[in-house]
Design a protein around this ligand. Structure first.
Ligand code: AMP
Length: 212
């Protein structure tokens, strides 16, 4: 089973993908996480990616496609794509890549949420530097300040989770990513979920709407 999680930054794609991947025993592929790892390792690709990510801008399609296409072709298991595709061109290229290996996307889960709500979520978001667990200073505080409950790692404020960068990311979501919603709706693959509910309810709704 191959699933795409679609939604604005802060809509809960990463949190939900981690929960759903365990439920169905499939992989979670987050392009943002892959890129942040490249940045951490200071690879050539990481340095290039950082010049866009630090401004809250999207990385050019050819870079992200180059990074993902071989990976997708080599996978034997089903997966959740989180943060990809993010442009119509990426969505079309994904279709072409999957065609070459006789695969397709089964579901596109669209996490629907008001943009005002995501702004508030993003400024309050903190992420564990080690295991990636996410917290929110208003709604999901760590037990100990700046320390991950799960692994004891340090919690960081992502450099793109500051108001000016958030606005740039939301603008590119509206201009480049939102058009993908109708692309998948026309293909009858879209499942729309109210992402404004508690994260437990969102998980339940996703599972209820996916049939294996
Ligand atoms: P995320 O963790 O999904 O919010 O992604 C963080 C940043 O990584 C984005 O703001 C982009 O700069 C970059 N990024 C992640 N996925 C993509 C993609 N599919 N296309 C272009 N840029 C991406």
């Amino acid at each position: 089973m191959n699933i795409i999680f679609l939604g604005s930054p802060g809509s809960g794609k990463g949190t939900q993908a981690k929960r759903i991947k365990d439920h169905y025993n499939i992989l979670h592929i987050s392009t943002g996480d892959l890129l942040r790892e490249e940045v951490k390792q200071q690879t050539k690709q990481g340095k290039l990616a950082d010049s866009y990510m630090s401004k809250g801008e999207l990385i050019p399609d050819e870079v992200i496609l180059g990074m993902l296409s071989e990976k997708l072709k080599s996978l034997k298991e089903g997966y959740i794509l989180d943060g990809f595709p993010r442009t119509l061109q990426q969505a079309k290229s994904l279709y072409d890549i999957l065609q070459t290996i006789d695969q397709e996307i089964d579901y596109v889960v669209y996490l629907d949420i008001a943009l005002e709500e995501v702004k508030a979520r993003l400024v309050a978001r903190r992420v564990c530097n080690v295991c990636g667990e996410e917290y929110n200073l208003e709604t999901k505080k760590p037990e100990k300040e700046n320390v991950c409950n799960k692994c004891g790692g340090e919690l960081i404020h992502r450099s793109d989770d500051y108001p000016e960068k958030i606005q740039t990311r939301l603008d590119s979501y509206i201009n480049a990513t939102a058009p993908i919603i109708s692309y998948y709706k026309e293909q009858k693959k879209l499942i729309t979920i109210n992402a404004q509910q508690s994260f437990e309810m969102v998980t339940q709704d996703i599972i209820k709407n996916i049939s294996i």
